[in-house]
Design a protein. Structure first.
Length: 174
């Protein structure tokens, strides 16, 4: 399969996405998960296999497990090393031509920020959330509102500062 074909196919059937999930095991309580997806009907799974083989990464699975109506499969790449060293260089070399080009550029920036560990600080994570919510038609199909993530980051940072002695408790005079 030709590389230009793959780029064009991803322009139509792929996406670059930053998912967020609560994770009490990480310092700020949230985790950012960069993902590259390409979906296709099960009858054309061979196209997903060819893309996976060319990029040398990712897994192919049912797109919506348990759904009787959705007969699509999806190639998913979440491994940050694979995203940085395989997926991003491929699309730098074979650029997209639709609005997904902008999503890819933001995705690339977020993956780079995460490689530099920006996601481990509140400020860096807030920037990543803002960038992620500017992707994919402004994040209008996301299940978790941006304010929910950002609001809980601020409150958890306040709690952390108080418990570590960085913030003096308020003294109320009677």
């Amino acid at each position: 399969m030709e590389d230009h074909y793959i780029a064009g196919f991803v322009d139509g059937e792929g996406s670059f996405h930053i998912a967020f999930q609560r994770n009490p095991d990480v310092k700020i309580g949230w985790q950012a998960i960069p993902e590259f997806h390409v979906s296709q009907n099960v009858s054309s799974r061979n196209v997903l296999e060819a893309i996976r083989d060319r990029l040398d990464c990712g897994i192919i699975k049912a797109n919506h497990r348990g759904s009787r109506n959705d007969r699509t499969h999806v190639l998913v790449v979440r491994n940050r090393f694979d995203l940085s060293m395989k997926v991003i260089p491929f699309f730098d070399r074979y650029p997209l031509h639709t609005v997904k080009r902008n999503d890819f550029q933001i995705f690339k920036q977020v993956v780079e920020m995460m490689t530099n560990e920006a996601h481990l600080s509140i400020d860096g994570f807030e920037k990543i959330v803002g960038l992620a919510y500017s992707m994919n038609a402004g994040g209008n199909r996301r299940k978790i509102p941006q304010e929910t993530i950002l609001g809980s980051l601020k409150s958890s940072e306040t709690i952390r500062r108080r418990s570590s002695g960085l913030m003096q408790p308020e003294v109320i005079k009677i």
